[in-house]
Ligand binder design. Structure first.
Ligand code: MN
Length: 717
């Protein structure tokens, strides 16, 4: 059993000047709060934190990490609180304990394989301080070493989680021995028969393997000595799970796994690495395509080495790894090696680490620090600053770009869920659709049958999937509306000539109209009519002889001049957006002349697009509500709008001119004006103005009000 002394001795072996007082204090505190607790093995609970702290010592971690190893289960499993820890041990250790506790509270078991990567990333994102991860890994390693005491079904879940999450994490952090040990322990739990079989077969060949290994090593040693290279030689049987994965991946039997032994040559310098490689290649014939230079191109987890495979003395394949002492240290300890790692001549160069570029950043930061032992100690690292990881109510984890909202989440589930998203419950609380998600949120999407995507949504989403789906929906809806409008216009036009548009829709004549008017299909033709790119007359010409069109037109002209004039004045209502739709015929209602700033509403007419009224226009009240549509001003477009004002003033000479001047000075144009005198010697002037928006109109009214002898000014509809 590990004792406190073992831990402090270990720490002092690599940190001779360390203040180990805090480790003793942590030990006393942990012993007190865990008092009376036992592990499933029957041992006192305290053995676990002691073992974890010792593993952290083996990783040459700093004092706060080792102390946290002793304290890591106190908040989760005893009556101790975070507040107590902070009071006694200060902010740094309490931050680490809190980090480990948070990860311990999450269950990553029973996950599908595709989820594992997200879980790993989430753990890293949540850990922030990389020491939290190393403490968690040490915790898991000891729990795996004692897994046989768990009930069977728990055992499998924990082993699977170790295989899916923690062993790859150890690998990513470059801690080779923890990765290998975790894999073997999990493998033994999950596939005990296969594990046993491989283990037995290795055992039965133990002496044979040993003899063979010694033979190969002595040949290498002799040759290296001749070349005056100092080297340490190792011939080790690979870890069982490594052998098993190779058998599985290459679909080969145990006998065929030629590289059960990993030969390793550790030399003193970079130059010797390549020198030794030359020696090996001159001794035995290299297998083409098997040489890998991880020195020039380190692995993302910082691993550096030369790998080669050669045909050995008995015609068998031999895998050889060549590296320096420093490289070996990194291969064993990975990121933990950096605590006390001083960069030497053969130090780590630029990493080619696309997927794990955060490691790259860590290394760069470390190089910027004057004292390498300060590495990461004080830096709170946001390892995945661009991503957030959140849960579905079922515990599935999903990754999103930072800034993602429930709408992104909803589209991530299904397009229909996205289209109908009205809000969400995040961690049980209601939030609006624009709410930004953070790491660890549990998100439940709320949908509503009447909900529809709108243009605003495009500003609330960050995933391309959501953007694309919303745009798609908007375009479709716009198309649908255009087609409905277009059909109404054409129905009316056809009826004028006693024809049915419905009946002629798919006729040969319609086909030639589609072709000659250069439209794609019937739908395209109809929407072009709705958008006023094609006139209904252009289409009717294909169905009715020209003379007849002329006659009908003449008959239907009642007050042609007046009608034409009205149409011209109404114009097109630019500057108005219909919710979720572009490119629909709109015009302003003559009754209320809305201007930007007014609350407005649209009325879908039969065949003539949408008429825009002010929301309080008395005419709107009489209109049928199912034809009303939400509209809003498009402030991106600046243009002039018509508005009428009524000015009541004393009937004095020259007053009209000064009112007109006041209007002009407020940068508004007068398009029409009427003046009527009344019996009481007052004048009522009605002006139709061209103004920019409601603010502008108010400004005009105020400046007219200021004129002497003006009694009142107000807008009229
Ligand atoms: Mn623990």
């Amino acid at each position: 059993m590990i004792r406190l002394n073992d831990i402090t001795d270990k720490v002092q072996s690599y940190l001779p000047d360390a203040d180990i007082e805090v480790i003793s204090t942590a030990y006393v505190f942990s012993a007190k709060v865990h008092q009376g607790q036992t592990r499933l093995s029957g041992e006192p609970y305290l053995t676990h934190p002691l073992e974890v702290a010792y593993i952290l010592g083996e990783l040459t971690m700093d004092v706060p990490s080792v102390a946290t190893g002793l304290l890591h289960d106190t908040v989760e499993d005893t009556l101790a609180t975070m507040k107590e820890i902070e009071e006694i041990f200060g902010p740094e250790i309490s931050y680490l304990v809190d980090g480990v506790t948070k990860i311990s509270r999450m269950s990553f078991s029973n996950t599908e394989e595709r989820q594992a990567e997200n879980f790993r990333k989430m753990i890293i994102a949540m850990a922030k301080d990389i020491r939290v991860l190393l403490i968690k890994l040490s915790d898991r390693l000891h729990n795996m070493r004692t897994i046989q005491f768990l009930p069977l079904e728990r055992r499998e879940a924990v082993a699977q989680e170790t295989m899916d999450i923690y062993a790859p994490l150890a690998n990513r952090l470059g801690i080779g021995w923890i990765k290998a040990e975790l894999e073997d322990l999990a493998f033994k739990t999950l596939k005990p028969e296969i594990y046993q079989e491989i283990s037995d077969r290795l055992e039965s060949k133990r002496s044979e393997i040993d003899k063979y290994s010694k033979g190969v090593l002595s040949i290498i040693e002799e040759e290296i000595k001749k070349n005056k290279i100092e080297a340490q030689l190792q011939g080790r049987v690979k870890h069982l799970y490594g052998i098993y994965s190779k058998m599985k991946a290459q679909e080969i039997g145990f006998e065929e796994v030629y590289d059960k032994i990993a030969f390793r040559i550790i030399v003193e310098s970079l130059k010797d690495c390549y020198g030794t490689l030359g020696i090996i290649h001159s001794l035995w014939k290299p297998v083409p395509g098997r040489f890998k230079d991880f020195i020039a191109m380190p692995k993302p987890n910082m691993y550096q080495s030369l790998h080669t495979t050669v045909i050995g003395p008995y015609g068998e394949r031999i895998e050889v790894q060549i590296r320096t002492e420093e490289m070996h240290k990194i291969a064993q300890k990975g990121i933990a090696a950096h605590w006390r790692y001083k960069e030497g001549k053969d130090g780590i160069k630029k990493q080619d680490a696309k997927s794990y570029d955060w490691l790259q950043r860590l290394i760069e930061w470390q190089q910027d620090l004057k004292d390498p032992s300060e590495f990461l100690k004080t830096v709170k690292v946001d390892l995945f600053p661009e991503e957030v990881y959140v849960f579905t109510p079922k515990g599935e984890v999903k990754a999103f770009p930072k800034g993602a909202t429930p709408i992104d989440f909803a589209y991530g589930i299904h397009t229909d869920v996205g289209n109908k998203c009205v809000g969400a419950k995040v961690n049980g609380k209601l939030v609006p659709i624009r709410h930004q998600l953070v790491n660890g949120d549990v998100v439940e999407i709320l949908t509503g049958g009447k909900q529809k995507p709108s243009k605003d949504w495009l500003r609330m989403v960050v995933t391309s999937k959501a953007k694309q789906k919303i745009k798609h929906w908007l375009i479709n809806e716009q198309k649908e509306r255009s087609v409905t409008f277009g059909k109404e216009i054409l129905d009316k036009e056809f009826r004028k000539f006693g024809l049915s548009f419905q009946k002629h829709m798919h006729s040969q004549k319609m086909k030639s109209a589609i072709e000659s008017l250069k439209t794609k299909d019937l739908e395209d033709l109809i929407s072009k009519v709705a958008n006023a790119r094609i006139s209904p007359q252009q289409i009717i010409e294909f169905f009715v002889p020209k003379e007849e069109i002329k006659e009908t037109e003449q008959q239907s002209v009642e007050e042609p001049a007046k009608k034409k004039q009205r149409l011209k004045k109404e114009g097109k209502a630019g500057g108005v957006l219909i919710k979720g739709v572009d490119d629909i015929m709109t015009k302003f209602a003559k009754c209320c002349n809305p201007v930007p700033g007014d609350r407005i509403i649209g009325f879908i007419t039969r065949g003539r697009g949408v008429t825009i009224h002010t929301a309080d226009c008395p005419n709107v009240i009489d209109l049928s509500t199912e034809r009303l549509v939400d509209v809003q001003w498009d402030i991106s477009q600046e243009q002039n709008y018509n508005a009428k004002i009524m000015v009541i003033c004393e009937n004095k000479k020259g007053l009209l001119a000064s009112i007109a001047l006041a209007i002009a000075n407020s940068e508004a144009n007068i398009s029409e004006g009427f003046l009527r005198t009344t019996d009481d010697n007052k004048a009522r002037c009605e002006f139709e103005l061209q103004i920019k928006n409601l603010e502008h109109l108010k400004r005009v009214i105020r400046s007219v009000e200021k004129e002497r002898d003006v009694i009142s000014v107000h807008r009229i509809t």
